[in-house]
Design a protein around this ligand. Structure first.
Ligand code: ADP
Length: 216
């Protein structure tokens, strides 16, 4: 499967871009959602976490107390490593499964930490969505009712705009309207259809519909 990795800073518009791809019938695998799923209430991984860190990382409803766990591993690199060694293979395997079962010409992997985590090594194309830091802060604050200090702290912990853009194969400028965003995604969609066909070894010949049907 041809995989497009979609990334960008907080509030840059990753989810908005993902929605556009979905409109074109493309499956979007959300890495954040997978990371939450593998430690959801009742999972074997969450049981191991509770055994290792104690019951106070579990909330009354049986779900993970994320802020508490974050606090523990933030202060302790060894514990962080333990947690990552447990969860990362599970996340990787589940992403692989979702990618393999996706239908459509290609698949989008949406991940805020695509470049930081090394997930970009497993994608065919890196797509970065970019806006100015001021706009990131304004849009994220508007969405989350987050205080500005919290959003700035997240931005500072993420890769810089310049570093991210240097690693991009494709770039979306999301400083304009949602209509402008959609038309940029539409153009990229056409590019990815062509690239995905080429990567399968098929020759894509525009205007020869019968041929491409035969190739299927
Ligand atoms: P991310 O997933 O990168 O954190 P989102 O896609 O959630 O970012 O976008 C952040 C906020 O900005 C959301 O509320 C979204 O609806 C809004 N937004 C995204 N793109 C645009 C745009 N081009 N114009 C106006 N609002 C936008």
């Amino acid at each position: 499967m041809f995989i497009v990795g979609l990334t960008g800073g907080i509030g840059s518009g990753k989810s908005a871009v993902a929605k556009c791809f979905e409109k074109f019938g493309i499956t979007v695998v959300d890495a954040d959602q997978v990371a939450r799923q593998v430690v959801a209430a009742g999972t074997p991984a969450l049981k191991q976490i509770a055994q290792h860190f104690g019951q106070d990382v579990i909330l009354d409803d049986g779900s993970l107390n994320r802020p508490r766990l974050r606090q523990i591993v933030f202060a302790n690199p060894e514990q962080r490593l333990w947690l990552e060694q447990l969860t990362h293979p599970l996340i990787r395997r589940e992403i692989d499964r979702l990618v393999e079962t996706a239908t459509g010409a290609y698949v989008v992997l949406e991940s805020p930490l695509l470049l930081e985590s090394g997930q970009n090594r497993r994608v065919n194309r890196v797509l970065v969505v970019d806006v100015s830091e001021d706009m990131q802060i304004a849009r994220a604050a508007n969405r989350d009712n987050n205080n500005l200090d919290q959003i700035r702290a997240i931005i500072n912990a993420q890769m810089s705009r310049a570093q991210r853009m240097a690693m991009a194969d494709d770039l979306i400028d999301n400083s304009g309207s949602l209509e402008s965003l959609e038309s940029q995604v539409e153009q990229l969609h056409q590019t990815y259809l062509t690239l995905a066909t080429e990567s399968r070894g098929g020759s894509f010949t525009p205007g020869h519909g019968i041929e491409s049907i035969d190739n299927d």
